[in-house]
Design a protein around this ligand. Structure first.
Ligand SMILES: Cc1cc2nc3c(=O)[nH]c(=O)nc-3n(C[C@H](O)[C@H](O)[C@H](O)COP(=O)(O)OP(=O)(O)OC[C@H]3O[C@@H](n4cnc5c(N)ncnc54)[C@H](O)[C@@H]3O)c2cc1C
Length: 486
């Protein structure tokens, strides 16, 4: 099946029974559940963009297997132009969700596309794993599969510096092998998009955070979300069932986060990509360059998010009449700075892209990683700026029902400003509150702080690829010393 429509995506979710728990209830149909259906519709709209006459060429490319149009985020670009075309596709999706669905399917698509190109790496010691990866990536692309992922093991304590503290009975581990596959048990976090996906991928993105005694925990695989023994436990839904007026983002873009329990789940051999190989697990993101591709996808999302927050801030200050105040200008300038830094890093990633050992035009790693690390502190600061600019206006936000009730005329009179009527002001500030205040907005801040791992791991990831020698040499030259003398 080539690039799917939204309806085909929804039909796929309906067709696969899976165990999704929300608020103590087993959700039998995620596509109609009030806490999840909004997010399903948002993802469906992304898939529909692949069939929009205006966008089709931007969103798809010819399948290397069939020639049919398939999602462009599955592409492994061979030229800078193809890489840029993939970015434009990802920006289209990111802008369609205002950057608020970090786990739109392209995130996983670019990761697995990179692994498909680097399948030999997975097959180096066990050739069958390379073949599994090759076949799986083709399956993803040709069926336009929506993937979630759960990379982090739960830990009972964090008493090892910079290492995972993995224990039997909590972390996900391989319990036994059978003729059919491996049986895994344990828990993982945090599967964003879990209930809205067709399949779940399990691997580790971390740089050297598994030690040799972690080999039973070293496993990478992908299985359908309906696989027996697999259970998704949702947090509270932040789609409160309100109108688009009352809850503009929460009613549209709830992507949900889940703990995933694996209760003696059988992973068929053909879906295993790595087993007991700690070194390979630790090295995979860097050797395959999947980290550069996923960071580049993240940069597109970050740019869409920066643009959206900046746009809201500009409209807010216009509405409140404080746009010309010096401290407002300074804060708006800071938002512009983050927006343009993000755009620049994304563009630099493309301008300095090079064909890698897997034959893929790979975004330059440093600017790509920088957008990730920057956003962990920049996004919370952007939200702080929105709060500083908006102050009490965030709370002068009567609901749609209030406008239609007896206080409607008073609201219309007193909440109007010199530049905007009361209804538009409230509409704008309810949107801003979804970004900067309520549970939906707070979760976005937490997401940007942690989705790409904790700050220490991110700092180490950047340091691991940074050309430190160059800058040290410059100082040594100033000191009149050579490398050998130092
Ligand atoms: C909204 C949201 C969505 C997410 N979506 C996904 C997803 O789709 N898929 C996925 O796999 N993951 C996802 N994540 C999980 C994310 O990868 C983890 O949150 C992240 O890796 C941090 O792990 P943790 O939450 O266990 O934090 P912790 O590891 O508990 O970190 C908390 C703090 O303690 C510090 N710390 C912890 N342990 C150590 C240590 N040993 N040494 C030194 N400092 C330490 C950290 O630096 C950090 O400041 C998501 C997270 C969030 C918040």
């Amino acid at each position: 099946m080539p690039a799917r429509t939204g309806q085909q995506y929804i039909d796929g979710l309906k067709a696969q029974q899976r165990e999704v728990w929300l608020g103590g209830e087993w959700v039998r149909d995620v596509t109609t559940h009030p806490g999840l259906a909004g997010g399903v519709r948002a993802i469906a709209r992304l898939y529909d963009m692949q069939h929009d006459a205006q966008l089709r060429d931007a969103m798809t490319y010819p399948s290397p297997t069939t020639g049919d149009a398939v999602g462009r985020s599955f592409d492994t670009p061979k030229t800078r132009e193809a890489l840029e075309a993939r970015t434009r596709m990802m920006l289209n999706w990111a802008r369609a969700t205002c950057g608020m669905m970090g786990r739109s399917p392209d995130f996983m698509n670019v990761t697995f596309a990179a692994w498909g190109a680097a399948a030999d790496w997975f097959g180096e010691k066990r050739p069958e794993f390379g073949d599994n990866m090759r076949r799986y990536v083709e399956h993803l692309r040709e069926n336009d599969v929506t993937l979630t992922h759960a990379l982090i093991n739960l830990q009972r304590s964090r008493n090892l510096s910079g290492m995972f503290n993995l224990e039997e009975g909590t972390a996900l581990e391989v319990k036994r092998e059978t003729d059919a596959g491996v049986v895994v048990r344990g828990a993982r976090i945090l599967a964003t998009l879990g209930p809205l996906s067709d399949e779940i991928a399990v691997y580790s993105p971390r740089l050297a955070r598994h030690s040799d005694d972690h080999s039973p925990f070293a496993v990478s695989f992908s299985i359908p979300c309906g696989t027996p023994g697999l259970k998704f436990l949702c947090r509270d839904s932040f789609d409160l069932g309100r109108s688009h007026f009352d809850h503009p983002l929460g009613s549209r873009f709830e992507e949900m986060d889940c703990i995933v329990f694996f209760d003696d789940v059988l992973v068929p051999w053909e879906r295993v990509f790595l087993l007991y190989d700690v070194q390979r697990l630790n090295a995979t993101p860097h050797v395959t360059h999947s980290t550069a591709h996923s960071a580049h996808q993240g940069a597109a999302k970050n740019l869409a998010k920066c643009e959206f927050v900046l746009g809201i801030a500009l409209l807010m200050t216009q509405a409140l009449g404080n746009a010309q105040l010096p401290h407002t200008e300074e804060r708006i300038g800071e938002l512009m700075l983050y927006t343009e830094l993000t755009r620049s890093c994304m563009r630099a990633g493309e301008a300095d892209a090079a064909i890698d050992q897997w034959g893929v035009m790979c975004p330059a790693i440093l600017p790509a990683e920088c957008t990730r690390n920057l956003f962990m502190t920049a996004y919370p600061r952007m939200i702080e700026i929105l709060q500083l600019l908006g102050s009490s206006s965030f709370l002068l936000t009567p609901s749609e029902a209030d406008f239609n009730g007896p206080l409607g005329p008073a609201i219309e009179q007193y909440l109007a400003t010199d530049t905007i009527d009361a209804k538009d002001r409230v509409k704008l500030f309810r949107l801003a509150w979804d970004v900067a205040g309520n549970a939906f907005g707070s979760r976005q801040v937490l997401y940007e702080r942690f989705f790409a791992s904790d700050p220490l791991t991110r700092a180490r990831a950047l340091a691991a690829v940074y050309p430190k020698g160059e800058v040290m040499e410059r100082v040594l030259e100033f000191l009149g010393k050579s490398d050998e003398e130092w």
